[in-house]
Every structure is written in structure tokens, then in C-alpha cells.
Design a protein around this ligand. Structure first.
Ligand SMILES: O=P(O)(O)OC[C@H]1O[C@](O)(CO)[C@@H](O)[C@@H]1O
Length: 221
């Protein structure tokens, strides 16, 4: 599974990129607002940290023509090459923009997905990633994990190259369940990324090993 960090919090990103095998960062207007930075500063700073990783930047235009212009501008302005992904909501104009942008070779992530059909249409429009919102589905008495499972199944059964990018998590259990239900990737907040590698038994075991090994390791390094 591809892990991505769902944040523009620079200190959290630095801490995570130091050890966590992340393959990219996703942002959206809400994340940008929380970071206290404007888009240009946020993307430039994030790019410094992620190096060759993917950066998914959400577009804010509302017509296909404007979306295409916006995505092309960001791709050249930030000079991220194939690491740049234009995140486009699955509205009618968005689907139109996805097709046009894919024809120009742009990487596209379809976002704000709440149904299997929205994901399938986005995949047919050429999206590289489709992002279903797990917690937001769970919170409206729907079933985020099942939507992710159905979308992943579709991508495999129809032999589409599109990857599922499960998003909107509130618990480690949701991440566990999307990874067991075929999601190719997940974008996760720093807090949950740190939490999902933790287990008290690991800490107890490591402490015990250190104690038992004291004075026994006589090969210097
Ligand atoms: O419900 P939340 O936590 O705001 O998450 C919405 C998700 O949608 C995305 O925009 C999809 O990539 C993520 O950046 C974010 O995790």
C-alpha cells in the first residue's frame, strides 16, 4: 500500500519523512487554511521535504477550462514534473477537465468521492487516483469501508490502472480495514500515521531486549 501524508504541517512532515516510508503528500483548501500558509509557500515548502514524492494539489476552479488552466499553471510554476497531481472534485466540469488534462499527460487525482459510480466514472475519465472519503461516509450512516472495497474491486475487475486513494480517516481501525479491502493507497493525518505504528507490546519487547542484551554485544561498530 502507498502511504501518503494528508497535511501541510511542515514540522509534522519533517518528523514523518525522517523515518516513515511515505510516497507523497495530499493537500486540500482546508488543509491549506489550517497550515496558515498560502498555496505557493505551502507547496514549495512541502516539496523541499518530500523530494521525489508525489504532491497532490487541489484545484479551486469551477469550470473545466479554468481547471485545465489552473492545473497547467501549478505544474509549471512549482516545477514538480510527474510528481505533481491535480486534485479535481468529481463534479461534471471536473470529469471534463480530467479527460482534457489526461490527454496532455497530466497526473490526476479525483477527489470528494462518496460513491462507487463516481469513482468508476473518474477512472474512465482517466484519473490516476480516486479518493473516497471514509469517515465522512461513516458519519452520514453510510459505509466508507464498503465503498472503498467496491471501488477497489471495480478497478481490478475492469482492469483499470486507477488506484484507490482512501482518505478521510479518524481511526487506525479504518486504515486497517481499507488496507485489507484492496485499497492501493491511503492518505492519512500525521497523528494517525504515528499512531498506526504503535503497539505497547512492541515497546515492552524492545525494553526487555535492551535489558537482556546489556554487556553481551562485544563486537564494536
Ligand atoms: O474528512 P477529512 O478528514 O477532512 O478528509 C477529507 C480528505 O479528502 C482529501 O482531500 C482527499 O485527498 C484529503 O486531503 C482529506 O483526507
Amino acid at each position: 500500500m502507498i502511504y501518503m501524508a494528508d497535511t501541510a504541517d511542515l514540522s509534522a512532515l519533517k518528523e514523518l519523512y525522517d523515518f516513515f516510508p511515505l510516497e507523497g503528500v495530499t493537500t486540500n483548501p482546508t488543509i491549506l487554511k489550517q497550515s496558515g500558509m498560502k498555496l505557493s509557500e505551502a507547496v514549495e515548502e512541502v516539496a523541499r521535504i518530500v523530494g521525489e514524492g508525489m504532491i497532490h494539489v487541489q484545484l479551486i476552479s469551477t469550470t473545466a477550462d479554468e481547471m485545465v488552466k489552473e492545473a497547467k499553471k501549478y505544474k509549471s510554476y512549482f516545477d514538480l514534473g510527474d510528481n505533481f497531481y491535480a486534485k479535481i472534485p468529481v463534479v461534471a466540469e471536473g470529469f471534463k477537465a480530467m479527460r482534457i488534462l489526461k490527454d496532455t499527460g497530466m497526473n490526476v487525482t479525483a477527489t470528494a468521492i462518496f460513491t462507487q459510480q463516481q469513482a468508476l466514472v473518474a477512472a474512465k475519465a482517466g484519473a490516476d487516483f480516486v479518493a473516497p472519503y471514509v469517515s465522512r461516509l461513516d458519519n452520514i450512516s453510510s459505509h466508507g469501508i464498503e465503498v472503498v472495497r467496491d471501488i477497489a474491486r471495480n478497478m481490478n475487475e475492469y482492469k483499470l490502472n486507477t488506484k484507490v486513494l482512501a482518505a478521510s480517516f479518524k481511526t487506525v481501525d479504518q486504515i486497517y480495514r481499507v488496507s485489507m479491502n484492496g485499497s492501493h493507497s491511503a492518505t492519512i493525518s500525521p497523528e494517525l500515521l504515528l499512531q498506526l505504528i504503535k503497539h505497547p507490546m512492541t515497546d515492552i519487547s524492545v525494553t526487555q531486549f535492551l535489558k537482556d542484551g546489556e554487556g553481551l554485544y562485544d563486537v564494536s561498530f
